[in-house]
Design a protein around this ligand. Structure first.
Ligand code: C2E
Ligand code: CA
Ligand code: CA
Ligand code: CA
Length: 279
């Protein structure tokens, strides 16, 4: 079942890209949808390669559309970016993820950290650091339990602004990671300038493991580089045991993917954490 791919886990609308009117409709609906509680988060566990314990979860947005069913980010994140609604949506995601993690901790569970995806537009807003601070304050979540996932595209914006902003975020005590690492066409020099804690190896490099010579060379190299730079490293899109074994053998810290679990509703994570705890 773990190999069936994303369509087995959520309802998607395959023709969505070819329906321009539909995109316009979604665009006009997105802001009200946030207010009306049509968005929800699914969470995907991040596992220790060594002990296979849950060390964290990544929050992934879903839109329960009254007419279209459950929509995946590929159907609405770009629209949210283009319309500027990504800022409101991102703020909602941040608050919801912090509150949810705090709630699990309050219930005596040990979910580790929660990772939230931050778009370049969201990060570029003057108010972003304040909104992170506020989400932490209001939820009472320990700052080091919040991780912000950034993409390499942030490096294309004004580099000094990025450095100041990331330093300000680090001062709050949150962790910063680079998402989709290796796909960004950007120079690696930012790794020594910016206060990054973790790299997430893009799933396109994991899919060919362990047989593809190029993928395995790239993944081994990223892991070695991360270790030398004192960065944690997470592999995403891990679907098979041979992939996991390869990663463990090369001392990758964490793995995330369908091999362990697809992204699931909060209730599912709750059940998983409870089950782990009782063992
Ligand atoms: P991402 O941050 O790279 O998230 C990982 C994506 O890979 C998720 O897709 C997840 O469901 C999928 N995935 C996880 N394990 C596997 C696996 O083993 N195999 C394969 N083939 N795929 C796997 P999802 O949930 O559809 O999200 C897609 C993208 O949408 C995310 O990519 C992220 O860039 C964006 N996104 C999701 N939620 C948010 C959000 O709240 N804010 C922003 N700005 N972007 C978001
Ligand atoms: Ca991510
Ligand atoms: Ca990713
Ligand atoms: Ca991605």
């Amino acid at each position: 079942a773990k190999r069936e791919g994303r369509n087995s886990h959520t309802l998607y609308h395959p023709d969505i890209d070819s329906q321009p009117d539909y995109q316009l409709v979604l665009r006009s609906e997105i802001f009200d949808a946030i207010q009306e509680g049509q968005f929800l988060l699914h969470y995907q566990p991040q596992m220790s390669c060594r002990t296979q314990q849950i060390l964290g979860v990544e929050a992934l947005a879903r839109w329960r559309h009254p007419k279209r069913g459950l929509l995946a980010p590929q159907d609405f994140i770009q629209i949210a970016e283009d319309s500027g609604h990504i800022v409101a949506l991102g703020e909602w995601v941040l608050r919801t993820a912090c509150n949810q993690l705090r709630e699990w901790v309050r219930l005596g569970l040990n979910p580790g950290s929660v990772a939230v995806n931050v778009s370049a537009t969201q990060l570029s807003r003057e108010s972003f650091t304040d909104s992170v601070h506020q989400a932490l304050e209001d939820s009472g979540l320990r700052p080091d339990l919040l991780e912000l996932e950034l993409t390499e595209s942030i490096m294309f914006s004004d580099a000094s602004v990025t450095l100041d902003k990331l330093n300000a975020l680090k001062k709050l005590g949150v962790r910063l990671s680079i998402d989709d690492f290796g796909t960004g066409y950007s120079s690696l020099s930012y790794l020594k300038k910016l206060p990054i804690d973790r790299l997430k190896i893009d799933k396109s490099f994991i899919s060919g493991l362990p047989d593809d010579q190029h993928d395995s060379a790239i993944v081994r190299t990223i892991i070695a580089m991360a270790r030398n730079l004192n960065l944690e490293v997470v592999a995403e899109g891990v679907e098979t045991l041979p992939q996991l074994n390869f990663l463990s053998r090369h001392f990758c810290d964490q793995a995330q993917g369908y091999y362990f679990s697809p992204p699931i509703a909060a209730e599912g994570i709750y059940a998983l954490l409870l089950e782990k705890q009782q063992k």
